[in-house]
Design a protein around this ligand. Sequence first.
Ligand SMILES: [Zn+2]
Length: 118
Amino acid sequence: MKLSTVTDRRQSIFDKIMKRVKIDKDTGCWNWTGPTSGTGRGGGYGRMSLDGQTVATHIVMFTNFYGYIPSKKQIDHKCRNRLCCNPDHLEMVTHKQNQKRRAKWNTQNQSCSQEPSS
Ligand SMILES: [Zn+2]
């Protein structure tokens, strides 16, 4: 594959995402306005169709910017906004790190049982 082909593909994926993203000037979040994974457990993440497959928007964005994600790693939102797909707000962590962070975050927000609204 020629390098230009790769670049074109990355650009077209980026464009496809950005068409449905609304940038929040206060937080810097790139909020996905397209379909999501719903409101249940594991829900609230942006979903999009790529090559006939349904994929998580922030993961596509991360891969597009930083490359391949090993299967043991997860993509965490530093901003805790699941709809955000700003590569600057995404971080690759292990499943363990992610759980630890989530637990810590939940403890810090005990007074509020609601997930943060975007
Ligand atoms: Zn964000």
